[in-house]
Ligand binder design. Sequence first.
Ligand SMILES: Nc1ncnc2c1ncn2[C@@H]1O[C@H](COP(=O)(O)OP(=O)(O)OP(=O)(O)O)[C@@H](O)[C@H]1O
Length: 293
Amino acid sequence: MAAIEVQGLTKAYGDTLANDHLDFSIERGEIFGYLGPNGAGKSTTIRQLMGFQAPTEGTARIFGHDVRNDRELRQAKARIGFLPGEPAFTPSVTGAELLDYQAALKGDERRDELLDIFTPPLDRQIREYSTGNKQMLGIVQAFMHDPDLLIMDEPTSGLDPLKQEAFHAFLREERDRGKTIFFSSHILGEVRRVCDRVGIIREGRLVTVEAVDDLLERGGKQVRVHTAEPVTEADFDVDGIVGFEAEGRQAQFTFTGDYNDLFAALADHRLVDIEIDEPPIEEVFMHFYGGEE
Ligand SMILES: Nc1ncnc2c1ncn2[C@@H]1O[C@H](COP(=O)(O)OP(=O)(O)OP(=O)(O)O)[C@@H](O)[C@H]1O
């Protein structure tokens, strides 16, 4: 049985179809990234999975429990750790008080271990917390009762790069312990670093669900070349070049071809610098999905 099974999930807000007949499933023990630009419909899916909003049509099952049914939803939620997009903690309580309260409800067998990695200032009132500190408190409360499934809405927003890295390493360890992790993001690099599979949503529709390795292989790389002499597109007569732009002695493009061909073409030029990076998420969208946005 899948950890999450989404079937025809549809949510309409007036004329806006925030989720349009979504179908996907998430296997136990995988890290699944739910990727899409702002307003694509990621939070809408998460709110329905958590039972905060009822689907207009379709449903989702979590460990077999139908989220439209209150009793089944409660059974599902007993196994879920949840981190909302913008955690709304009571501002007048301290971090420690919040965790104590959550512990009384669900348990906290992993609290100390989590607080070694994520370090919110527990003695201070939450009203004094920075965005990153709130996020860390949210991460601790989501994981501290050792749930089987984590559902998180943009969990790294507000975390500094070192904490982001610590969080990614932690997620991989949790996956290796058999936990299932579903999180939304609009950052391709993050999904690339940590996820096994990705679902890409755009304007309410799922455009692909696939292994991250396969997506990146098809998505190509962003190449920037700085040469000693001016270059034009004719200097790069190589298969797999998309979106070529050149200005003076600099050229940039997305490359999905064979690097040997590219370097053979570059051999005719004196190179000053070359950068090869992951493409920004917009490039992946435009390359594969039309890019009419
Ligand atoms: N309560 C609501 N009432 C009306 N429209 C809504 C409501 N919530 C979301 N929407 C609309 O539904 C669409 C999807 O929004 P959603 O918040 O799910 O996107 P998202 O992918 O989570 O975006 P972000 O990355 O910006 O959080 C957007 O067009 C949004 O304006």
